[in-house]
Design a protein around this ligand. Structure first.
Ligand SMILES: [Zn+2]
Length: 224
């Protein structure tokens, strides 16, 4: 076990078929040293050994501070989702007494992104609760965190919307331009008036309000 970067996955690929990644949270309400860094792996490993398992069930464990630790070697199938372990990678995020802190969620997203990239977007991401209706695990909104589609896929890198181009610079207007615009608006306001719609009708009130607004804009522009 060791604290690793998201690139760990690509440098230690499982060497077996991986189709799904399952997310878990720990059932502990603990915080403090037994649940931080490599001690977290020792703590969870002890729980799992007490169940008679050969090792900690998860491949990665993430603590409150966002440290990612390795657990079970990736080459072995996890012991994490009963009946759904084959073809999977299992990640656990420690929850503790408080809500999941941003560093832990950021680390989870970064690790999942690295796994997704390694598999060229051909893996899907799921919560434990999707395959075990008795579970609420994980209790954070992993769908929103990872931007999953209905099939559990992370958005492809080229799905990311292109940055909005900066607005075109406006042509500088000189005083004559201002007056011209003001006149057009002013004329527009008066042409509404020229329709001679009675003011005490809904349409008349709407047009009157619009005319007043247009005239106010025209006055503002003329004053520039
Ligand atoms: Zn779980």
């Amino acid at each position: 076990m060791s604290v690793v970067a998201p690139s760990h996955y690509a440098s230690h690929p499982p060497g077996r078929e991986v189709r799904r990644v399952f997310l878990h949270c720990s059932a502990s309400d603990g915080e403090g040293s037994p649940y931080e860094g490599e001690a977290l792996v020792r703590t969870v490993r002890a729980w799992h050994l007490a169940r008679g398992w050969s090792d900690v069930g998860y491949h990665y464990l993430i603590d409150h501070g966002g440290r990612t630790m390795t657990g079970r070697p990736l080459g072995r199938i996890p012991a994490a989702q009963r009946g759904h372990n084959t073809g999977s990678v299992a990640i656990m995020v420690h929850d503790g007494r408080t809500t999941f802190p941003p560093p832990a969620l950021d680390a989870c997203r970064a690790l999942c992104g690295a796994i997704d990239a390694h598999h060229g977007g051909r893996v899907t991401f799921h919560g434990h609760r999707e395959v075990d209706p008795r579970k609420t695990c994980p209790v954070f909104d992993y769908r929103a965190l990872l931007g999953l589609d209905s099939g559990g896929r992370m958005p492809a890198a080229d799905d990311v919307p292109a940055p909005v181009p900066p607005p075109k610079p406006r042509l500088p207007m000189d005083h004559d331009d201002h007056r011209e615009v003001a006149e057009v608006i002013d004329e527009d306001a008066w042409s509404i008036e020229a329709l001679a719609i009675p003011i005490d009708t809904p349409l008349g009130r709407t047009l009157h309000a619009r005319r007043e607004r247009s005239l106010a804009i025209a006055r503002q522009i003329a004053a520039l």
